[in-house]
Design a protein around this ligand. Structure first.
Ligand SMILES: [Zn+2]
Length: 465
């Protein structure tokens, strides 16, 4: 079977059948790889996957390493939405450190991929598979760290908690988001003084380790429905108050609107440090952002870049449109969805009020789709920053550490809202991110390096909180 597969796949080799690559692996790297492979190969998509299976598999790894059953729990609000929570008991100095990773992955269809997304494949220096980067790399590293610390007989100064959770990828719409569910139902199990989660990571450019990111806050996603209703009528007798025209006029006004710029500690330091990676006017413009009142021309130039623009302000953009019910009828309804990414600390009610003003008020109504949600930035902890910088400069001399605000969303938002400081940091470097996309992958050496980085950071934080 394996030989036939090898012939079919040509240069593509199954991970489990490459003695040459395996020889370059240390025994403990091989043990880690076994955990990583097991995780990637358990399908944890919402459609046909099973999160509980993955949680149970990781629980078995921990029990085999000597964790008492009472400290390794799989808790499930739904048979397929299980969460693993495990604890390595410390000597009680300081509040626990929580290591968080999500087990669920985004859907991946075999026909969209170049190979089976649920078979870990090593090829050309990469591991391919759904979840190979998002977020089973961190999940496997955390399990592996727990196993190693236990086997070493290491007693941390403070408790270490590991939580591997469900339904991160479904966002706020899921009833079974593991972090929210654990906060609501088993808060004591995950109560912590600090969380390490996804959302950070390193950037590779041309093989160079450019920056290692420490994510301290993230924007809050919230969609709004814009709607116009009308009595309608026969299209042979058009009226002036057409629901589609009225909505369209409001959307055109929105298209030229920009929310005001608001900086926070993380974005200020982000621009200040990112300036070092640029030259000329871009570098000057970035340095100008760190000033108390940034120069307007510099602001306008940076705003032209979608990445920088997203860091500078709340954004709202039309993403869906529907209206009317027949070709020969005046529309009784026209509706759009506007997706906003709200700066942390910018009240959602404020965004709604501004949207209503911008689109011109009545007859367009603006209604939030989902709970307006506030997630404050975690403090830019100088001690954590110093530790991350020290390990980064040891491992990758010359690589700078940059605090960031995520423009996407992770489960850190629920923890930050619950008052638990959360940080996105992994030491996992990527060239281009294929998370959520086809042929998702993680560099083999980058994975091992991220494993060394995180293990060191965990041990460092566990030894001297
Ligand atoms: Zn993720």
């Amino acid at each position: 079977m394996r030989r036939r597969l090898a012939r079919v796949l040509g240069a593509i080799v199954l991970v489990s059948s490459i003695p040459a690559a395996a020889q370059t692996r240390t025994p403990d790297e091989q043990a880690f790889l076994d955990v990583y492979r097991e995780l990637v190969e358990i399908n944890t998509t919402d459609s046909v996957g099973d999160n509980t299976r993955a949680a149970e598999a990781m629980a078995a790894q921990l029990r085999a390493a000597g964790f008492p059953a009472a400290d390794v729990r799989v808790l499930a609000p739904h048979p397929k939405k299980g969460n693993l929570v495990a604890r390595l008991r410390g000597s009680g100095a300081g509040k626990p450190l929580l290591l968080l990773a999500h087990l669920d992955v985004v859907e991946a269809r075999r026909e969209d991929w170049s190979f089976d997304p649920f078979t870990l494949l090593e090829k050309d220096g990469y591991f391919y598979g759904r979840g190979s980067s998002d977020d089973k790399a961190m999940a496997a590293i955390f399990v592996d760290s727990f196993v190693r610390l236990k086997r070493e007989g290491f007693t941390p100064a403070r408790d270490l908690i590991l939580a591997l959770t469900a339904d991160e990828e479904l966002g706020a719409s899921s009833k079974y988001n593991g972090v929210r569910w654990l906060l609501a139902n088993h808060r004591a199990l995950i109560e912590a003084g600090m969380v390490l989660n996804e959302g950070g990571g390193g950037e590779l450019r041309g093989g160079r380790h450019l920056v290692n990111r420490l994510q301290t806050s993230e924007k809050v996603p919230l969609s709004y429905r814009l709607e116009v209703t009308n009595a309608g009528g026969h299209s042979s007798r058009p009226t002036k108050d057409n629901a589609i025209y009225q909505l369209a006029e409001g959307l055109v006004r929105l298209s030229t609107f920009e929310f005001p710029v608001r900086m926070n500690d993380a974005t200020r330091l982000y621009f200040e440090r990112t300036a070092a990676l640029h030259t000329g006017r871009v570098a000057d413009d970035m340095r100008a952002m760190a000033q108390p009142t940034p120069d307007a021309a510099a602001l306008a130039r940076l705003s032209a870049d979608t990445v920088y623009n997203a860091l500078l302000r709340t954004t709202c953009v039309a993403t869906r449109l529907e209206g009317g019910h027949a070709n020969n009828a005046l529309p009784q309804m026209a509706r759009a969805v506007v997706n906003c990414r709200i700066l942390p600390g910018h009240p959602a009610e404020d965004v709604q009020r501004t949207l209503a003003q911008v689109v011109g008020g009545a007859p367009i109504t603006v209604t939030p789709l989902g709970e307006p949600f506030n997630s404050p930035p975690s403090p830019l902890d100088p001690d954590l920053l110093a530790r991350v910088e020290r390990i980064t400069s040891d491992m990758w001399p010359g690589t700078i550490v940059i605090p960031t605000m995520g423009t996407g969303a992770t489960d850190s938002r629920w923890l930050r809202a619950a008052g638990i400081p959360s940080y996105g940091v992994s030491g996992l470097f990527l060239g281009e991110s294929r998370a959520h996309g086809r042929d998702e992958r993680m560099g083999v050496q980058d994975l091992y390096a991220g494993r060394r980085f995180l293990h060191r950071l965990i041990k460092d934080l566990a030894t001297a909180p």
